[in-house]
Design a protein around this ligand. Structure first.
Ligand code: SF4
Ligand code: SF4
Length: 248
């Protein structure tokens, strides 16, 4: 991690220093002040290690062979996809930085070249996916457009039991904070209506008995969310000897 805080660096400046007739004036004896990291938390690596697919993370010695051969990093030129760096951030517990890659990390195509090449036997592909799962289930990853679409879709489906394409579109636009020009909307709506793919207003489908069904589905979704959170909380607590149920 680069040192970005100048106050942590002390420099002894020699304004006029000559050794054997050579002027060596300048900055000498540069030291870093001792510092305490408050933004590092090993619960990530504890959790990843506690998962069957993540237990080899501790073997990594940061040689970079996986990244050098990774097709996403090299062949597809996605420089920010860097399995070695993901593992490093998880190992030191730098969650804030790792979260910047919460979407990118899923770009892995599971080619397993990294696994073949790793000299330490790290199951890189599985470890990378496990880190991605942690970021997802711990719930602090920045919401992507795909996440927002999921949310709009779920809201829309729960409301009536079937999709209302126009309402879905409006909700998604609201969540994205954008507004499609009326002329484009009309053109899109008309095309969908003609092709029989617009079910809104008088053309909307109805789901019989949805009023009774909706609370059931809502409860299932809430339970799923609780289970997702428990997947992070319970193993990490066990790995560190903490009490179950501690927030991630
Ligand atoms: S090749 Fe293996 S040991 Fe080297 S950085 Fe990647 S995971 Fe770590
Ligand atoms: S499995 Fe994923 S991380 Fe490994 S080389 Fe392939 S794309 Fe890269």
């Amino acid at each position: 991690m680069p040192i970005v805080e100048p106050s942590l660096v002390t420099v002894k400046r020699e304004e006029k220093l000559e050794l054997d007739g050579i002027d060596v004036s300048g900055d000498w004896n540069t030291f870093l002040e001792p510092r305490v990291h408050t933004d590092l938390d090993l619960k990530i690596v504890d959790w990843v290690r506690s998962q069957p697919q993540g237990e080899t993370i501790s073997r990594c010695w940061q040689c970079g062979t996986c990244t050098a051969g990774c097709c996403m990093h090299t062949d597809y030129g996605l420089e920010e996809f860097n399995p070695r760096y993901f593992i490093y951030l998880a190992q030191i517990g730098y969650e804030e930085e790792l979260r910047k890659y919460a979407q990118t990390i899923w770009r892995c195509v599971s080619c397993n070249k990294c696994v073949e090449r790793c000299p330490k036997g790290v199951k890189v592909e599985e470890v990378v996916h496990t880190i991605g799962t942690y970021l997802e289930v711990s719930g602090g990853a920045p919401e992507s457009p795909a996440d927002r679409f999921d949310r709009a879709y779920t809201e829309n489906l729960l409301a009536r039991g079937v999709l209302d394409e126009a309402a879905l579109f409006r909700t998604y636009e609201r969540l994205e904070g954008r507004k499609t020009p009326a002329r484009d909307l009309l053109r899109l709506g008309f095309t969908m209506l003609l092709s029989g793919r617009l079910h809104t207003g008088p053309f909307a489908h109805r789901t019989r008995g949805w009023r009774r069904m909706r609370p059931v589905l809502t409860k299932i979704l809430e339970e799923e969310e609780r289970a997702r959170r428990a997947r992070v909380e319970a193993p990490a607590s066990r790995a560190r000897g903490g009490s179950p149920g501690r927030a991630p």
